[in-house]
Design a protein around this ligand. Sequence first.
Ligand code: ATP
Ligand code: MG
Length: 575
Amino acid sequence: MEMSRLFAPTLREAPAEAEIVSHRLLLRAGFIRKSTAGVYTYLPLGWRVIRKIEGIVREEMNAAGGQEIMLPIVQPAELWRATGRWELYGPEMFRLRDRHEREFCLGPTHEEIITELVKGDVRSYKQLPLLLYQIQNKYRDERRPRFGLMRGREFIMMDLYSFDRSPEGARESYAKMYAAYEAVFRRCGLAYRAVEADAGAIGGSGGTHEFMALAESGEAEVVFCPNCAYAANTEKAECVPPPAPAPATPAADLPPRARVVTPGARTIEKVSALLGVPPTGLLKTLIYKGDEEYWAIVVRGDRRVNEVKVNNTLGPFLELRLAAAEEIEALLGCGPGFSGPVGLPPAVRLAVDSEAAVPAAFVCGANEVDVHWRDAIPGRDFTPARTADLRRVETGEPCPGCGAPLQSARGIEVGQVFNLGQKYSAALSATFLNEKGSALPFYMGCYGIGVSRTLAAAAEQCSDENGLVWPTAIAPYHCVVIPANSKDEAVTTAAARLCAELGAAGLETVLDDRPERAGVKFKDADLIGFPFRLVVGAHSLAQGQAELKRRRTGAEELIPLTTAAAYLSRIVREG
Ligand code: ATP
Ligand code: MG
């Protein structure tokens, strides 16, 4: 391919809305263009990376026994009603009506439709296990599409579904997929970690893991134990309950609750400084709205509410969100900074995190502007409707497995595997006949890889100040050949010949034939991120050599033109 023909419109500056490095570079280097919020076009370079990732995914899924199919994107509402997910999926689902007013959605995921398919055509245990997958566009009307391909509303996913005859079989399929996912992300060149996860809207009973590409800009927070194998998304990670404190003072002798005036002290930091009480002695009260109901969620002042735990414990809700300042004003008569658990109106139910429900004296908001309570005691001054683990675990807290202090990292969820049990097959009466001739719902698993998100995650991990640095296995092209002087015919001819030889050896190569200065070409080569750059100049040509530069390490060497193709193809093959 000649650079002069390649449709890779590069930009000097990335649009201001691109907040993270992968989004900026993919736009600047001409890999993608935005169509509308969360919807993108893949330009030739971007599409080539997608095809490479898909290729790796296909090889690994096939090797694990998967068979590729293609399911419909347009799916009838009835199927989703049968599993209860038409309502449960909420505003994230793209819904549409046909000319007869029948309801449909654009598939956000495909458990319903595949279960229906297998129900119709698989009858006997002898046909199991069955592993079916597809690579296709998915549609989710995300609340906040952002970071380019990271969180799109239309995105590419590989989804595989396993059907087994027993729980053991389902566990085997799960283990096989887990291993296949490790192979996919390793081959794509990602630094990743598999973590225990929350099952979210997919649900199911048998456990789930997420594969996290490690990156500071990642939306997910994970904790892991340096001592044992424990690793989990902080959405999921349990908090080890605090040992029950021995009451220092008999309850009857505890001081009564006292009102203190705290002008303008709307944050934990300000209240703490004003009253000289550490954040561990404060209660933080956040007001949430879950569908129709309001909940006051209380955690200790130094902790953060875990919304996934709130949703799983008090919901599930179609939508859970923080109440707006005006709503809190109307309910409590004060702004969010002064809300507290004492004397809440009946319209607001109270749930307290286990750690904050201990019989100790706390400072908390008094539901009155500029006022807090001192010595408010859980159980004496307020009684929660629910007490549960509702907070996020923090770095340094004890590992639930072995007690060692946990470490943390940020990550991008590039894949997730679920052991579903019989959730979907039971709801859709999808059964097979076992050895004894009795009908049993299939034991299912589902497994998703964000193909387009994997591209973005690789770009996020693999870049430097000059541009993208693609891992060779998923690079859009392996090499770029640059004639150092585009006016020197001997040089341009030798460069074209080299490009042809590399191509014949199976190396995907771009010849930068543009009448530009060498410096401009070098800059673009770095921006696009070709793993190997070969420069043919008058001087090296006279020696029968070209200059090879590796994008990742910056290492340069002179190599003979005659053996360049063999040399590079060996490097590429060996990864
Ligand atoms: P998230 O928590 O990031 O919204 P999810 O847990 O809802 O993702 P899954 O249902 O597990 O996503 O989908 C499987 C994979 O599809 C995810 O691991 C992720 O890589 C990818 N994916 C999910 N949502 C998006 C999106 N909006 N844009 C791009 N990729 C996505
Ligand atoms: Mg997920």
